[in-house]
Ligand binder design. Structure first.
Ligand code: ADP
Ligand code: MG
Length: 650
């Protein structure tokens, strides 16, 4: 090479990388064989990259388009070499990709370690794909040679995993990357030897069988020479011939028959492709022929990613055409509410360089999308009816997406309502579906009751719950802030309307005795002047004052009528800075409570005295506090309470 090359430099790894390397080198990780899967997967990614980019720039191929990954074990040098003719890396890319930790999986791994503040256990390491660095689990030295297409020089990078690496320019004929592992002694023993062709063959089968490119290796065949009749010649030395063998079947997993695929294979494919470290909850693999032809492999992940509900985070399905990768995240396939579904669609009907624009208008895509949506919903319905614990664990992670779907996607409302789960007063820890709730409703109950609040104990203690509890009426508990929007959007289920326990008339008529109803009515009439006076005192704050029929042992509560929004929604909207929406506020008083008697006495003694004004204020503020709403004037409230305490102590 006449060109000047960059001289050899020794550099330090980034601190985090050092930490990780140290872990790799000294790890107690048992499953060290996965290093091969990681390196092969990187090679395959790099070939994907060059092939994809060559669609628009064929010069990148440099005339070499027989994509392959080659393994060379060498017993004399104790090295295992893994080469690919993929995209390779430039000098800067090597420094960037190999010297630092840019990768989210690795970062998450380190974050998890910090969080735990203990030494890493095997399980923890096993959960994360740690990629390239896993080479240091088995190698005392890692040498990487690489050349990006179009570059005159290659790069040689080397490290023993001790915190530094060297980097220099070098000659490299073939485009792509070659990784040479000088194996630690313990991996060249009789029990575990990563230089044995048999071991390598089975590792490739185990972890990398579906890799789309041939993974090749020279395999030595020994044959006893034969005579003219085909009989082995005794005493003659065996003849060794070398043949190139392709170790993987290359058929992508999704193209195989369902009955030939084990759950483990589905799982490891998922983890590899979607960089998840947990097995998926459910796999949906289907093939369709007819109007549209496609194969789809969809997964319900076990856990929601932290950014699932982030507007800018992109869900989406991978697209392939005849096994060839087209697009990473196609968002037009599944409705927004299924954004958590991961997976791929392979259809010969898509052309390889179809644009996102064209895709959006593609009839085939719409048809496939409809089918996928159907099959995901079907899977969820089955899960709900056949494997409740599994469904609940799905619900815990992704229920919110479905709930948002109900109120943001009008067309999906009916498809989703049967899948909703809520906690309820029926059992202390279980969840109920709307179907189950309705199934338990006594014939006389007309509506589905729900209560909103921050958690079970606060809802169970709401004054508005008292009567319902006494009557043994089941109430759904809405703790999630999207719940009420969902219920509001549904309006009814199986012709039963939803009724908040804090709004309007409880419609308990048929459950309530006629006497109790009469009681409330006559008490209202009897106390008309008092109620009117309270309403005037609290004018501007409340819309009405009523004798309550829902309270049993509490003195007051605040409810709103059935029009407009509820108090809890008002709070949520206020937090979202949508303050102009106000709920109506109706103060309900328990006529059988001692406080009511006291209030009446104060009123009758002197309706103009400040004592009466104070009582009204105190009652209203209490009602607010029960709803979790801070009074406008907390200091005034505290002073009044203090006053009252001082007086009663006298
Ligand atoms: P990941 O594959 O998840 O990105 P790795 O640690 O396995 O993480 O690899 C880090 C980066 O190094 C890759 O993203 C890629 O840019 C680069 N890389 C690793 N191996 C190769 C290779 N064989 N050819 C080209 N680039 C590679
Ligand atoms: Mg990788």
């Amino acid at each position: 090479m006449t060109q000047e090359t960059k001289p050899k430099q020794t550099r330090e790894f980034q601190a985090e990388t050092k930490q990780l390397l140290d872990l790799m080198v000294h790890s107690i990780y048992t499953n060290r064989e996965i290093f091969l899967r990681e390196l092969i997967s990187n090679a395959s990614d790099a070939i994907d990259k060059v092939r994809f980019e060559s669609l628009t720039n064929s010069a990148l191929l440099e005339g070499n388009s027989d994509f392959e990954i080659f393994l060379v074990p060498d017993e004399t040098t104790h090295t295992l070499t893994i080469s690919d003719n993929g995209m390779g890396m430039t000098y800067e890319e090597v420094v960037e990709n190999i010297g630092t930790i840019a990768k989210s999986g690795t970062k998450a791994f380190l974050a998890k370690l910090k969080e735990k503040e203990t030494s890493p256990d095997q399980e923890l390491i096993g959960q994360f794909g740690v990629g390239f660095y896993s080479a240091f689990m088995v190698a005392e030295k890692v040498t990487l040679l690489t050349r990006a297409p179009g570059e005159a020089n290659g790069i040689r990078w080397e490290s023993t995993g001790d915190g530094t690496y060297t980097i220099e320019e070098c000659d490299k004929e073939q485009r792509g990357t070659t990784i040479i592992l000088t194996l630690k002694e313990e991996f060249r023993t009789a029990e575990e030897n990563f230089l044995h062709t048999y071991t390598l063959q089975s590792l490739v089968k185990k972890y990398s069988d579906y890799i789309r490119y041939p993974i090749k290796m020279n395999v030595t065949k020994e044959e006893q020479p034969k005579d003219a009749d085909g009989k082995p010649i005794e005493g003659a030395d065996a003849v060794k011939t070398i043949e190139v063998r392709t170790l993987n079947s290359m058929t992508p997993l999704w193209a195989k028959n369902k009955n030939e695929i084990t759950r483990e294979e589905y799982d490891s494919f998922y983890k590899d492709l979607f960089h998840d470290w947990e097995n998926p909850l459910e796999v949906i693999h289907s093939k369709a022929e007819g109007t549209v032809e496609y194969t789809s492999l969809l997964y319900l992940p076990a856990r929601a990613p932290f950014d699932l509900y982030d507007r800018d985070a992109t869900g989406g399905i991978r697209l392939y055409s005849k096994h060839i990768f087209i697009m990473e995240k196609c968002q037009d396939l599944l409705p927004e509410y299924l954004r958590f579904v991961r997976g791929l669609v392979d259809s010969p009907d898509f052309s390889l360089n179809i644009s996102r624009e064209l895709l959006q208008h593609s009839k085939q895509l719409k048809l496939i999308g409809k089918n996928l949506e159907k099959s995901v919903l079907k899977t969820l319905e089955n899960l709900l009816s056949k494997d409740r614990p599994q469904y609940e664990s799905f619900w815990k992670e992704f229920g919110q997406a479905l709930k948002i779907g109900v109120y943001s996607d009008y067309q999906s409302r009916d498809k989703l309502k049967g899948l909703l789960l809520f906690p309820s007063s029926h059992s202390a820890d279980g969840l109920t579906s709307l179907d189950e709730y309705v199934g338990r409703m006594p014939e006389k109950q007309k509506v589905i009751y729900y209560a909103t609040g921050k958690d079970r104990s606060s809802v169970e203690r709401l004054p508005q719950m008292e009567l319902l509890k006494e009557k043994g009426v089941e109430v759904l508990f809405l703790f999630d802030r999207v719940d009420e929007f969902t219920i509001d959007a549904l309006q009814e289920f199986k012709e039963k309307k939803f009724q908040s326990i804090s709004r309007g008339d409880l419609q308990l008529d048929d459950l309530e005795s006629p006497e109790a109803k009469q009681d409330a009515e006559s008490l209202s009439k009897e106390n008309e002047p008092l109620l009117q006076a309270i309403k005037e005192k609290l004018s501007g704050k409340i819309t009405d004052v009523k004798i309550s029929s829902r309270l049993k042992s509490s003195a007051v509560c605040l409810v709103s009528d059935n029009n407009g929004i509820s108090l809890s929604m008002e709070q949520i909207l206020a937090e979202m800075n949508k303050a102009p929406f106000k709920a109506s506020r109706i103060l309900e008083l328990n006529p059988h409570h001692e406080v009511f008697t006291a209030l009446k006495k104060v009123y009758e003694t002197d309706p103009t005295a400040t004592a009466f004004t104070d009582y009204c204020d105190l009652l209203y503020t209490q009602a607010l506090l029960i709803e979790g709403i801070l009074p406008d004037d907390p200091i005034g409230f505290a002073n009044k309470v203090a006053n009252l305490m001082a007086h009663s102590g006298k």
